[in-house]
Design a protein around this ligand. Structure first.
Ligand SMILES: Cc1ncc(COP(=O)(O)O)c(C=O)c1O
Length: 491
């Protein structure tokens, strides 16, 4: 090749459209299945015929519209306001409620919503030189990311090893004069349990501190489950002291990726979320969210999805999902050596192993080999390693197959035995500090674990075992290094 040859995504001569699409389809063959109810993380599939096509058409309609300026593109503003209104209504706000003045913004996802909730809280309180947030350890990692990005200190609160919930008294004890925000989850991602929101919001309010409810995961399921008769505890704007709530539409509202809603109880609470800048020679800028230029595609797709499914659609999907959760939980209960880490109270099934001969990471690989993709969670702070299943409506028709597959995979994992890493590797993981990691050491570790450039190994049990053996800071550094190995340009 000469230096004028195209590389990577940019050929010298353009490729015909049909071939480009074929290339993408060929690449997609290596992906986990986004549809069909066999992938229990990352994707949210309602299994509704025609919904994808509708969302794609809506996305295409608005893909080139720019959310940078709502006056230039009122279509987007109208759809955003409609999404915020729907989310607010569902979560206890709007006319005739105790939170009639709820306002909100559409963001790109849960992480952006949480970063903005922290930013709004931080910037509303300019007094503390070192602002702090109080977050139960079961709170989503995005709060730690927000704290890191925004230079806010994080005060973690432990969770009870049995209920997996924080105690409001511990939250109260963690609040200091510099605390700008207290957080509760409804539910937590890892275990699917709803925090005692009313108690936590009360201690926050008593201290004069904002309280954010992270309902990114459950905000679009808990209200329907409650209507179906589930004993869902209060978690929304009906709870005094809750000042903001996040809910992701690209999760259980079943919209394509790129849409979350951040709600505030009133406009005054939201004001410090915005960023405006007029001190440069370009256009005067005001950004409600982190991104400036924003595609209208995800917003239009979410709007179409909500309009098409409607309340009756979501209620039906919630009922189907609830039954799938019950079926999967029964499947776990039926396998000796496995136990539910928490009784399911939302749309998560989370289980642990209480038999040392049954290695959960090997079990996860055995399930993968059988076409079932689950999510391993490492042991942490006294909590055991676990397997997480995000359950969506598309799982329902698969439940009957999952039970035998789980039993078979558990038997295979028992027969294979736990992962045994060379003692020197385990010793290294236990004793190394992140600072002592050299490029050679990382390359050696990666090669030993089968982490070549550009691809992850089929079996991840050894990688998970090594990570689990490492202290948290080393885990983080190894993850950064390993993913850094995957993210290399193709020439
Ligand atoms: C409770 C909770 N909060 C926040 C997030 C982060 O959302 P996202 O991945 O859309 O940034 C998630 C994602 O699973 C979540 O479950």
């Amino acid at each position: 090749m000469t230096d004028t040859a195209g590389t990577g995504a940019l050929p010298v001569e353009g490729v015909p459209a049909a071939r480009v699409l074929d290339e993408i389809r060929a690449l997609r063959e290596a992906d986990r299945p986004t549809h069909g109810g066999r992938l229990f993380a990352y994707v949210y599939d309602p299994g509704v015929a025609g919904l994808d096509e509708l969302a794609q058409a809506a996305h295409a309609e608005s893909a080139h519209v720019n959310g940078l300026d709502p006056t230039a593109f009122p279509s987007l503003l109208a759809m955003e306001n409609a999404l915020v209104g729907a989310a607010a209504r569902l979560l206890g706000g709007g006319p005739g409620t105790s939170a009639p003045d709820v306002v909100g913004s559409v963001t790109s996802g849960g992480t952006e919503s949480l970063i903005l909730a922290v930013k709004a809280a931080r910037d509303a309180r300019p007094d503390p030189t070192e602002p702090r947030i109080v977050v139960p350890v079961s709170g989503h990692a995005a709060f730690a990311k927000a704290a890191h990005y925004l230079r806010v200190a994080l005060d973690p609160v432990p969770v009870d090893p049995v209920t997996l919930r924080p105690a409001a008294a511990d939250v109260a004890a963690a609040i200091r004069p510099e605390t700008v925000l207290v957080v509760a989850s409804a539910p937590s991602y890892a275990h699917g349990v709803v925090d005692p929101v009313a108690e936590i919001a009360a201690v926050a309010a008593a201290a004069g501190v904002r309280c954010h409810v992270d309902a990114c995961f459950g905000g679009w399921t808990l209200p329907w489950l409650r209507r179906l008769g589930a004993p869902v505890p209060p978690f929304d704007f009906a709870v005094p002291g809750v000042t903001s709530i996040s809910v992701d539409l690209h999760k259980y509202a079943y919209a394509p990726k790129g849409v979350s809603v951040l709600l505030h109880r009133d406009p005054g609470l939201r004001a410090s979320q915005f960023f405006a800048y007029a001190d440069w020679p370009g256009y005067t800028m005001v950004n409600p969210v982190i991104a400036s230029t924003r595609s209208g595609g995800p917003i239009a797709a979410a709007y179409a999805t909500l309009r098409h499914l409607g309340e009756d659609g979501y209620l039906r999907l919630a009922a189907v999902t609830r039954d799938a959760v019950a079926g999967l939980a029964d499947a776990v209960r039926a396998v000796g050596g496995l136990r539910l880490l928490a009784e399911p109270e939302s749309t998560v099934v989370c289980f642990a192993a209480d038999d040392p001969g049954l290695d959960l990471f090997v079990l996860v690989d055995e399930l993968t080999a059988r076409g079932w993709h689950t999510q391993p969670q490492l042991a942490y702070a006294g909590l055991p390693a676990s397997v997480h299943l995000t359950v969506t409506a598309a799982v329902a028709p698969r439940v009957a197959e999952f039970g035998p597959a789980l039993a078979e995979a558990a038997a295979a994992a028992r027969a294979a035995g736990p992962v045994v890493l060379p003692p020197e590797l385990l010793g290294l993981a236990g004793s190394l500090t992140p600072e002592a990691l050299t490029p050679d050491l990382i390359a050696g570790l990666a090669a030993g674990l089968g982490l070549g450039a550009g691809a992850a190994p089929d079996r991840m049990a050894a990688v998970n075992t090594l990570l689990q053996a490492a202290p948290v800071r080393l885990r983080e550094r190894l993850l950064v290094e390993f993913v850094g190995l995957l993210q290399r340009p193709t020439w």
